[in-house]
Design a protein around this ligand. Structure first.
Ligand code: GUN
Length: 285
């Protein structure tokens, strides 16, 4: 089998076009969705992600504000800023770019953001609501992955979804969203014994470990759907995923590339969450 490639950038573009129209309509009613991004320090990867968020905001018409703070910013200063943003009516979404410097307690910061403005979907209230099937903000990368599967009418119900990686940002929540769609879910991680056995069983394989070419075509089942969340910079300076694309594409039914795969969908779902928050704040949802 040769896989059909799921281009996240193309789906992201069509969703952003729809969002742009929706935001135009909201603006005509005087509602301007607002997103504030807080970036601490000067990690190049974080800077590049934040740039992508600004670009997407400009495109769809979300009013975005970037607050850049030095790496020495104290936890108290950051918590004070979040308090201010929590009460500011023009701000519908607050995103603090992770990772944070070591002297700041990441969980404390996540929990300080009002769940009403938690467009990352990282607050324990958002996570709890997601796990119990209630309406909430879903974490952007997992939500984008579900949208990618749905865009190709890939059946999830009854399928064995194997997730490699158990981060709070991707692995854990994507498993929960797939479970909500009635998949049978297995989580694999660094302590999993016989991981290859589980990978070979996957109908839907989500790879989010951050190791270049961790999975290749020898590991996967014929016809598997392979979603590659990895973004790894390799020696020649180029970006590559956690999956060896060429060998996996020979056996998979669907596969996502890196770049132009999951990445653009993450930012698109952030726009979705921000627009949703603005609608909620104005009694439209
Ligand atoms: N760092 C890497 N991915 C993310 C994300 O989705 N949200 C935030 N806030 N930080 C990140």
């Amino acid at each position: 089998m040769t896989a059909e490639v799921i281009y996240g950038n193309e789906l992201a573009q069509s969703l952003r076009d729809e969002m742009k129209e929706e935001v135009n309509e909201l603006r005509s009613k005087g509602i301007i969705p607002g997103l504030t991004v807080v970036l601490i320090g000067d990690d190049p990867a974080s800077k590049s992600y934040v740039k992508g968020k600004q670009k997407a905001s400009d495109y769809v018409g979300v009013a975005s504000e970037l607050i850049e703070l030095p790496a020495e910013t104290t936890q108290e200063e950051l918590l004070g800023l979040i308090d201010e943003l929590n009460t500011k009516d023009s701000v519908h979404g607050i995103l603090v770019q992770l990772p944070l410097p070591d002297h700041i307690d990441e969980q404390l910061v996540i929990e300080a953001i009002s769940p009403d403005k938690d467009v990352d979907g990282f607050h324990p209230i958002s996570i709890g609501r997601m796990m119990t099937g209630k309406d909430t903000f879903y974490p952007c990368t997992p939500y984008g992955i579900i949208k990618m599967l749905q865009s190709k009418q890939i059946e999830i119900e009854g399928k064995h979804a194997v997730i490699i990686g158990r981060s709070n940002i991707v692995g854990k929540p994507v498993g929960q969203l797939l479970l909500a769609e009635n998949a049978t879910v297995t989580y694999c991680h660094s302590r999993t014994k016989d991981m290859e056995k589980f990978i070979a069983m996957a109908d839907i394989l989500i790879v989010a470990v951050g190791k270049a070419h961790f999975v290749n075509g020898d590991h996967i089942k014929e016809g598997a759907v392979v979603i590659d969340v990895g973004v790894n910079r390799i020696e020649d300076g180029s970006l590559t995923g956690d999956v060896d694309f060429d060998s996996a594409a020979e056996k998979a039914s669907f596969i996502t590339p890196v770049p132009r795969g999951v990445g653009p969908m993450t930012i698109t779902m952030l726009m979705h969450n921000t627009i949703k928050s603005a609608k909620k704040a104005n009694g439209l949802l």
